[in-house]
Structures are given as structure tokens and as C-alpha cells.
Design a protein around this ligand. Structure first.
Ligand SMILES: Nc1ncnc2c1ncn2[C@@H]1O[C@H](COP(=O)(O)OP(=O)(O)OP(=O)(O)O)[C@@H](O)[C@H]1O
Length: 251
């Protein structure tokens, strides 16, 4: 079942103060099916951030369609788009985006509180997710009193609290040391493998990407190549390095 469908997406940044017009996305099309874990890779400037901004509704495409769960979000007006995002999309950002004024449990509950869900249901869902991510004893702590790896798990629990159709992860290993990077990637894999979450992750990092089941490589705003994992992470990692050496992209 298709969860995300991108149809011939283009994004042209118009010229500004003498700078030239830039075609950041040049007719990208792909689909992501339910329960897939797909990575988007590509060299610096290839259009990854632009793509993620359009997919998550932060920015508008110049032409083409973005369809999430059969809804064409390119056509939604601002308020409806904000509501659609809150109900259907989960986000995991590089810098966690946790609120320091709320404790861990409140941070995870926030999307449900905004949705005016009943307190009993909120309590049940939050407790389940805290158990799932092994953070059940952190509920009363504040983000500045927990480790980077714990913050990532809190962020993952918050991303899942609304039972979203798809999760967008933006460079989740960005600023992390290798141990925390391993923790967050195991966490995202667990979401994908054990509760069948559909995940689209943008990353520079071949280690993070090796956890994906499929990777779409983009360059100059176009899809250049696609590779699929046979389940062996080491072999997939080597394959990613090989593709990067051909199309370019940092290791
Ligand atoms: N707001 C903007 N105005 C004009 N040009 C932009 C803007 N944002 C991005 N670009 C240009 O669009 C192209 C794609 O940029 P984008 O940030 O999507 O690439 P990226 O793959 O995310 O790069 P990186 O890996 O370095 O973050 C680049 O040429 C960039 O300079």
C-alpha cells in the first residue's frame, strides 16, 4: 500500500538580489509503501533539505504533487495542511526539538494534548511508548537532565504518539557520537521492524543509511539511483560507499 507518492516534483528558487535562479528539484518521482524504511542520500546541494521541507509541508513545490495517504498535500491550504501534518506525520529532527519547560512525559504527550484527546487515552499511549523505548523511569525528568541518546528516544516516542502514517527523520545522527548514533538508529529500526512504522530518512551518513531497507540517491535535484538491502547491514554499507564513490557525496 502506497503511503507517500511524489509525482514529478520541481522546486525553483527564484533569483534574489542578483543571485541566479536555482532548480533545486528537477522532476523527482518515487513512492514509499507502508512499513518501508527508505533513505534519501545525495551530495551537498543535491536537494535533500528542499525535498524534506516540501514533503513535510514547510515549503511549497513549484510544480508536481506530494500525496500522503491518498491526500494531495500540494493542494491543501495553510491551516488544513498544519492539521494534516499534526495528525499524519511524525518528525525526528537532528536537534530533538524537545521543550525544556516540559518534562519528558509532557513532551511526549504534547501532540495528543493539542488534539484534545481524553487524559486516560493519553496516559495509556504515553506509558506504552515509554515502555517500548525503555524510558519509563524518565517521565518526570526534564530534557536538560537526560542524555543525548535518551533525548532521541523521547523524540522518537513523541513522533509516534499520534500513530502517524509516516515518519520523516532529518539527519537523526547529525551531531551524535558513534554510540548515540547507534542507539538512535536501533530505535528507528525497532519502530520500523516491530510496529511497522513507515520511515523516510534524509542522511549524509552511510552508517545511518545502512539501517534502511532501500536508499534513493539524488543529485542535481534528480533521482540518480536506487539500491535495496538484502538484510545484511555490512554488505549494504559497502554498497552505499560504492554508490557514493560513483555519484559523489561525503563519507
Ligand atoms: N532558500 C533558498 N534560496 C535559494 N537557493 C536555495 C535555497 N535553499 C537551497 N537552495 C539551493 O538549492 C540547492 C539544493 O539545496 P538543499 O539545501 O536542498 O541541498 P541539500 O542536499 O540538503 O544540501 P546539504 O547536504 O548541504 O544540506 C542548492 O543549490 C542550494 O544552494
Amino acid at each position: 500500500m502506497e503511503i507517500l507518492k511524489i509525482n514529478n516534483l520541481t522546486k525553483v528558487y527564484s533569483s534574489y538580489k542578483g543571485a541566479k535562479e536555482v532548480t533545486a528539484l528537477d522532476g523527482i518521482s518515487f513512492t514509499v509503501n507502508k512499513s518501508e524504511f527508505v533513505g534519501i542520500m545525495g551530495p551537498s546541494g543535491s536537494g535533500k533539505t528542499t525535498l524534506l521541507n516540501i514533503l513535510s509541508g514547510v515549503d511549497k513545490s513549484t510544480s508536481g504533487e506530494t500525496i500522503i495517504d491518498n491526500q494531495n498535500i500540494s493542494k491543501l491550504k495553510k491551516d488544513n495542511l498544519a492539521l494534516f501534518r499534526r495528525k499524519n506525520i511524525g518528525y525526528i529532527f537532528q536537534d530533538f526539538n524537545l521543550l525544556d519547560s516540559l518534562d519528558v512525559k509532557e513532551n511526549i504527550s504534547l501532540p495528543l494534548i493539542l488534539d484534545k484527546k481524553c487524559p486516560d487515552e493519553i496516559e495509556k499511549r504515553v506509558d506504552n511508548l515509554m515502555r517500548f523505548f525503555n524510558i519509563e523511569n524518565l517521565g518526570k525528568k526534564y530534557p536538560y537532565n537526560i542524555s543525548g541518546g535518551q533525548k532521541q528516544r523521547v523524540a522518537a516516542a513523541r513522533a509516534l504518539i499520534n500513530d502517524p502514517k509516516i515518519i520523516f527523520a532529518d539527519e537523526p545522527t547529525g551531531n551524535l557520537d558513534s554510540k548515540s548514533a547507534n542507539t538512535i538508529m536501533n530505535t528507528i529500526s525497532k519502530m520500523n521492524n516491530e510496529i511497522n512504522s513507515t520511515v523516510l530518512m534524509v542522511t549524509h551518513d552511510p552508517f545511518a543509511a545502512s539501517f534502511c531497507k532501500r536508499i534513493i540517491f539524488i543529485k542535481d535535484g534528480k533521482v540518480k539511483m536506487e539500491i535495496t538491502s538484502d538484510g545484511d547491514r555490512k554488505r549494504f554499507f559497502d554498497k552505499i560507499l560504492e554508490v557514493q564513490s560513483v555519484i559523489g557525496g561525503e563519507n
